[in-house]
Design a protein around this ligand. Structure first.
Ligand SMILES: Nc1nc2c(ncn2[C@@H]2O[C@H](COP(=O)(O)OP(=O)(O)OP(=O)(O)O)[C@@H](O)[C@H]2O)c(=O)[nH]1
Ligand SMILES: [Mg+2]
Length: 230
């Protein structure tokens, strides 16, 4: 198979997986409420309002499974979503999902009370640092703004914790293609200096669907292994 055909097959398999069951599991306002760490997890992190919840909705092909809003600071807990829950057999416990997506509160939101932001930040950091089943983190960056110091701080923390992450530029529909290219190149150059960052930068628009199929395939490969085809 050509490389292109292989990529198309991966995207097709990932799309099939996400068109199956995707279910909200629970919302954890504190670490003690986290679910049992029994399947791989993919975490969505980034500044407030960057588009984490919208990206989760776009990847799963659901309009509003994760709550997105015009009000920054919408997501205030770690929200877990089960992907690929097997058929429930009568009289037996429900099987495990294949993996989980975790929508997180944003960091760097100036308008929320400092104490509240500190609480979210510490929750996010403790989760990212200590979660053994964390297969990959997506660090979302608004393509209009590029990397900010709060992103760099988060990236450095992930480097130190040896948590591999993909940088995802969001809201690509909001800027000119030429400007997007410039931001992507700058971001890639900075990513090179971070040991745990993937070299490839994902360009996405949850609104227009740009880059979603490829990111979906990457997320499935991160969670279930490169060879997974369903
Ligand atoms: N044009 C455009 N708007 C987007 C896109 N993604 C998200 N938005 C908008 O950006 C705003 C914030 O999106 P959310 O998904 O709630 O962002 P978030 O990162 O989850 O925000 P917090 O939970 O507050 O941290 C909403 O008004 C979305 O409709 C996109 O790809 N294109
Ligand atoms: Mg959100």
């Amino acid at each position: 198979m050509s490389e292109q055909a292989e990529q198309a097959a991966r995207e097709e398999a990932a799309s099939r997986l996400f068109s199956g069951p995707v279910d909200f599991l629970l919302s954890a306002p504190q670490l003690k409420f986290l679910p049992e760490p029994i399947v791989p997890e993919i975490a969505f992190c980034g500044r407030s309002n960057v588009g984490k919840s919208s990206l989760l909705n776009a990847l799963t092909g659901r309009k509003a499974i994760a709550r997105a809003s015009v009000t920054p600071g919408r997501t205030q807990e770690l929200n877990f979503f089960d992907v690929g829950r097997p058929e429930r057999i009568e009289g037996e416990d429900a099987g495990l999902p294949l993996f989980r997506l975790v929508d997180m509160p944003g960091y760097g939101f100036a308008k929320a009370p400092v104490k509240v932001v500190e609480k979210w930040k510490s929750l996010v950091k403790s989760y990212l640092r200590g979660r053994a089943v964390l297969a990959r983190t997506l660090v979302l960056v608004d393509s209009r703004h590029g990397l900010k110091d709060t992103d760099r701080e988060m990236m450095t923390m992930l480097d130190e914790a040896a948590v591999g992450y993909r940088i995802v530029l969001t809201k690509a529909d909001k800027i000119k293609a030429s400007d997007l290219q410039v931001v992507a190149e700058k971001t890639a150059a900075e990513a090179k200096k971070h040991v745990a960052a993937f070299p490839e930068i994902h360009l996405t628009s949850s609104e227009k669907g740009m880059g979603i199929a490829a990111l979906r395939a990457a997320v499935v490969a991160d969670a279930l292994g490169e060879g997974w085809q369903g």
